[in-house]
Design a protein around this ligand. Structure first.
Ligand SMILES: Nc1ncnc2c1ncn2[C@@H]1O[C@H](COP(=O)(O)OP(=O)(O)OP(=O)(O)O)[C@@H](O)[C@H]1O
Length: 319
């Protein structure tokens, strides 16, 4: 499939470059003064709890919603004025499968190609089928496909018109690990060819596959950077405890000075706080024979849980 530039001019550096983007629904500010710059060829992860404003932000970026405040460009187009141009040049994969279940894969792709008034439709659809490994199933009805194949169809459709920016809203939700891995290989291949990707996900392993990422809570940007930068900036000290008696330990740990979060991780507990000395002093008296206590680097999940706990709910208490 061709990902060659279309007829537009894109700034060499930032494909997305927006500041102060804000959206209100009634008295709720669901996206609150968001700044974001994403470079060409970057895979940028967007994380945050349910309802934190990720989809709303993406819909503003791709010209489906108008921001109430803020400014900037997407693919060189003004996000307030040039929404029609943006819509034409962006590939958007929505959270819900939105293709015709009673049409085949090929018919669905052909339909999308018609919407974009694509020239050489047959050839373009053939290339899309080939690229996504869908040739063998081209006659299969979309409604009969498993989650992983539906996701491939949706990705093929989002790429059909040769966009330079792909906005993916939880594309792998409910998809099995093998299909998720294949999907990410595909995304990295596309990025290597120059496509820019903004992707929302709740999976930590996927966050770690992004070049950079941002974490949102209640519409506000809590942190952004590479995985290492985000972890370092959080400044969390974390202890991992394994062995017997962890269940009883949880309750005793939670109210100790210096302990800010206690999270079970499989057969281990992660105990974190920002003041390393205070945390260690609080933990020391609780050590028991047979348990293993060790200091570990904070994980991305530790950091995100901490950010969520410390963020203020500005959704519920507005005048
Ligand atoms: N059209 C709308 N009218 C009113 N409220 C809306 C509308 N669209 C979204 N919201 C609200 O805005 C907030 C942010 O929703 P949004 O879907 O952007 O979050 P999200 O981070 O994408 O969540 P998820 O991870 O569950 O997909 C939510 O409280 C949601 O109920």
């Amino acid at each position: 499939m061709s990902l060659a530039p279309t007829d537009m001019t894109i700034p060499a550096d930032n494909v997305i470059d927006v500041t102060g983007i804000t959206k209100r629904f009634g008295d709720k500010t669901v996206v609150d003064g968001l700044d974001l710059a994403v470079r060409r060829g970057e895979i940028y992860g967007f994380l945050g709890p349910n309802g934190s404003g990720k989809t709303t932000f993406i819909r503003m970026l791709c010209g489906l919603l108008t921001p109430d405040a803020g400014q900037g460009t997407c693919l060189g187009y003004d996000v307030l004025r040039d929404q029609r141009d943006i819509r034409t040049h962006v590939g958007y994969m929505t959270q819900r499968f939105s293709y015709y279940e009673d049409l085949s894969i090929r018919e669905n792709l052909d339909f999308v190609a018609r919407l974009y008034e694509t020239r050489n439709r047959r050839e373009v659809v053939d290339r899309a089928l080939e690229r996504l490994g869908l040739q063998g199933r081209s006659k299969q009805l979309a409604g009969e496909l498993s989650g992983g194949w539906k996701q491939r169809l949706a990705l093929a459709a989002a790429l059909l018109h040769g966009p330079q920016l792909l906005l993916l809203d939880e594309p792998t939700a409910g998809v099995d690990p093998k299909a998720r891995r294949d999907f990410w290989e595909q995304i990295h291949q596309l990025a290597a060819e120059g496509l820019t990707v903004l992707i929302t996900t709740h999976y930590m392993d996927e966050a770690e596959r992004c070049h950079r990422l941002a974490y949102l809570a209640y519409g506000r940007l809590m942190t952004q950077g590479t995985v290492d930068e985000v972890i370092a900036e959080a400044g969390l000290s974390t202890w991992e405890i394994t062995g017997p008696g962890l269940h009883d330990l949880v309750g005793r740990l939670r109210d100790l000075p210096g302990v800010e979060q206690v999270v079970p991780f499989g057969t281990a507990l992660h105990v974190s706080g920002h003041d390393a000395a205070k945390l260690e002093a609080a933990l020391n008296p609780l050590r028991r024979d047979g348990q293993r206590w060790r200091q570990v680097p904070a994980s991305l999940e530790d950091v995100f849980i901490c950010l969520m706990d410390h963020s203020r709910d500005n959704f519920s208490a507005q005048p």
